[in-house]
Design a protein around this ligand. Sequence first.
Ligand code: DCP
Length: 195
Amino acid sequence: MILSDADIERRLREGDLVVEPLDDPDIQIQPASVDLRLGHEFLEFQHANIPCIHPNSEDEVADYVEETTIDEDGEYILHPGDFVLGTTHERVEIPDDLIAHVEGRSSLGRLAIVVHATAGLCDPGYEGQITLELSNLGTAPVALTPGMRISQLTFTELKTPAERPYGSERGSKYQGQRGPQASKIQGDREFGGDQ
Ligand SMILES: Nc1ccn([C@H]2C[C@H](O)[C@@H](COP(=O)(O)OP(=O)(O)OP(=O)(O)O)O2)c(=O)n1
């Protein structure tokens, strides 16, 4: 079951679902989703310094990215073909009986802005800000301003709460993340391994 605005408001009131700061619920809470705003920090890949990323190697992907912070009234220009990691302004706490999906907003989609390249799932138990995989599939540069409503979260109720929610086990690499975080794929647990 997907939560409606009334369900979302009830879960927020009960306090096990957290989206904060929710400065203007009347605007942010949509019929079946919550709009999230763009934060100030961005992680850009340093194309010139990357020969090739090998996800299975020991190389830290974080070594290949550089953080840029945009001022309060500044803007980040996303050029056609660019890919950058951004963050939601809000942090979320997802209870053990919900999953959340990060979705784009239609108004930005119509400008060819995509907010998640592939990964759009927030696990039951996840706590933190959400890293956005921003790209521009269009032909014109688009100015993104921190604070703008960039994405929306929908919530789906699980049949039974997760037995091993995110954060309860080793390998929950992004639990508690603040700001955009580069891939930590080197921290993947191997089958039969003890990482
Ligand atoms: N666009 C997204 C999607 C997810 N997440 C957060 C919430 C998720 O609960 C967490 C982990 O996401 P995945 O399970 O998709 O990622 P991995 O499988 O790579 O990580 P892990 O091995 O830690 O499960 O990352 C995020 O910040 N930004």
